[in-house]
Design a binder for this molecule. Structure first.
Ligand code: ZN
Length: 200
């Protein structure tokens, strides 16, 4: 399980142009069980669409654009992101690499794992307030605490006084402005380049 996980561990999966998950690395199941649990083990994800496993239209759209770009240019893309669980923060580097005209390999390399006190906000099996939602960034895992402010989860639960509530809010996923700009800038470079090419 996740406790065996150390920096340098890599997990891979291959995705076709239309997002279908075609293969996962042998160690995939230990990664899945350390994160989202049984619904993400290899038997459950193989042959399914990656887009179904991503939360939020904005995030799905960004991944689609990244896959398109890698297939079009052949240049790999690296994105730093978090894959956190209630009791640990994982810093990963996600690399997308073109394998063939129709296939992209995703490699998640664990850069650092930091244990923390379990955050109940992130536990899967708690009763949630149906009228209360908080948004977490799918990339850096910061949580939106006001219209224009995002904070790391440990800090956000204090800001939002979540420890003092009887029932905790639902968690929904989105993208914070910082990560949105980061990922979109990967794509903008390409668009600018195309414009320049078109003008010459
Ligand atoms: Zn973010």
């Amino acid at each position: 399980m996740a406790s065996h996980e150390t920096a340098g561990t890599t997990y891979r999966y291959r995705v076709s142009r239309n997002g279908q998950i075609e293969s996962v690395s042998d160690n995939w199941d230990s990664f899945a069980l350390g994160n989202d649990g049984e619904r993400c083990v290899s038997d459950a994800v193989l042959g399914t669409s990656l887009w179904l496993h991503l939360s939020g239209e904005l995030v799905r759209d960004m991944y689609r654009q990244l896959v398109d770009k890698v297939l079009r240019t052949g240049d790999p893309i690296e994105i730093p992101l978090h894959c956190d669980s209630p009791d640990r923060v994982r810093h990963l580097t996600l690399t997308l690499q073109r394998l063939s005209e129709d296939e992209v390999e995703f490699t998640s390399k664990v850069e650092k794992v930091v244990e923390r006190d379990t955050l109940s906000l992130l536990l899967g099996d708690l009763s949630r307030d149906p009228n209360s939602w908080v948004t977490m960034c799918s990339y850096c895992k910061e949580i939106q605490v006001s219209a224009d402010e995002w904070q790391p989860a440990e800090q956000a639960v204090k800001t939002l006084q979540l420890f003092e509530r009887d029932v905790i809010p639902h968690l929904t996923h989105g993208v914070c402005p910082h990560c949105y700009d980061d990922v979109m800038s990967e794509l903008d470079d390409e668009i600018d380049q195309e414009k320049e090419d078109g003008e010459t």
